[in-house]
Design a protein around this ligand. Structure first.
Ligand code: GTP
Ligand code: MG
Length: 274
């Protein structure tokens, strides 16, 4: 279904009730989690762009410096922006960086706030944060910035990255039955605080077990047990702004995806309603 030119859909696993109905929608603070591994070259311009958003939105940024060796943590500040730095003494991988950031943000967030995770490599446009907040207020529990809906594109990305993301999307839609999600591997998403709190209370440290890039899909798989309302907004990936080569290891990531799917199939759903 399309409303105001945006894709609107609910998860097919959703029951008759929305997962988290809000009585009086209030616009809360955006907690922006930036997992960052050796992003010293990209972080200042990204923070500058987020500071633009912070002129009209309440924003707190959580930079997770994942054991970088290039001084990423040292450039994690920007004028007019509330930036909190969390450091991993050694590199633990994207999954643990996301988990650390979510936990830090959840520890500080109010019920009306929302949590955004985005790449720190400046390929994601922070101006979408306002749209993400609007979607959460309108009733979404998870909002995915999607390359694969009308208005989204990834044409500036290398061919192998585009093939991987598309292949993963086809595979996950088929296997998981989440037929209305088009972009499973996008690193740019927003989550309702109460949804993450419920999931985090259930899974604790196991909310994100994947160390690598498969963590984004893992999180979606676990959250689907909470029957979230999931919507997508178009994402124009700005790969042309990326400094340096991709850090993604193609073969390793494919193995992680297959392993994740196998584990998801073999793990029984939580026995009680989340
Ligand atoms: N590669 C990598 N990224 C990490 C790690 N820890 C945190 N990150 C951050 O995770 C985010 C996603 O990594 P990217 O390398 O941009 O991944 P991607 O966008 O899927 O792929 P490319 O842009 O093609 O590299 C970035 O903000 C990284 O800085 C890590 O251990 N390895
Ligand atoms: Mg990236």
């Amino acid at each position: 279904m399309t409303v105001d030119g945006r894709e609107v859909r609910t998860s097919p696993t959703a029951g008759p009730r929305p997962a988290t109905a809000v009585a009086t929608p209030v616009r809360g603070r955006a907690h922006v989690v930036l997992p960052a591994y050796n992003e010293a070259a990209s972080l200042p311009s990204l923070l500058h762009r987020i500071a633009e958003v912070a002129r009209t939105e309440q924003v707190t940024v959580w930079v997770v410096d994942d054991g970088s060796s290039d001084g990423t943590g040292d450039v994690a500040e920007a004028a007019g922006l509330d930036v909190r730095l969390v450091r991993h003494p050694v590199n633990l991988g994207l999954g643990q960086a996301v988990q650390t950031g979510l936990r830090a943000a959840l520890g500080d967030a109010d019920e009306d706030d929302f949590i955004v995770v985005m790449d720190a490599d400046d390929t994601h446009d922070p101006s979408l944060i306002t749209k993400l907040g609007n979607e959460i207020i309108a009733g979404s529990d998870v909002v995915i910035c999607s390359r694969f809906v009308d208005g989204g594109d990834d044409k500036t990305a290398p061919l192998f990255r585009r093939m991987l993301s598309r292949g993963a999307a086809v595979l996950f839609r088929r296997v998981l039955g989440l037929v209305d999600v088009h972009d499973f591997t996008s690193g740019f998403r927003a989550y309702r605080v109460s949804l993450l709190t419920r999931a985090s209370t259930h899974w604790g440290e196991r909310l994100v077990e994947e160390r690598g890039f498969a963590c984004m899909v893992e999180l979606l798989l676990k959250l689907r047990h909470c029957h979230p309302v999931i919507t997508e907004v178009p994402l124009e990936l700005r790969y042309d702004r990326k400094q340096g080569p991709s850090k993604l290891k193609l073969r390793r990531t494919i193995v992680q995806y297959v392993r994740l799917l196998a584990r998801d199939r073999l793990t029984p759903a939580p026995y009680r309603e989340l």
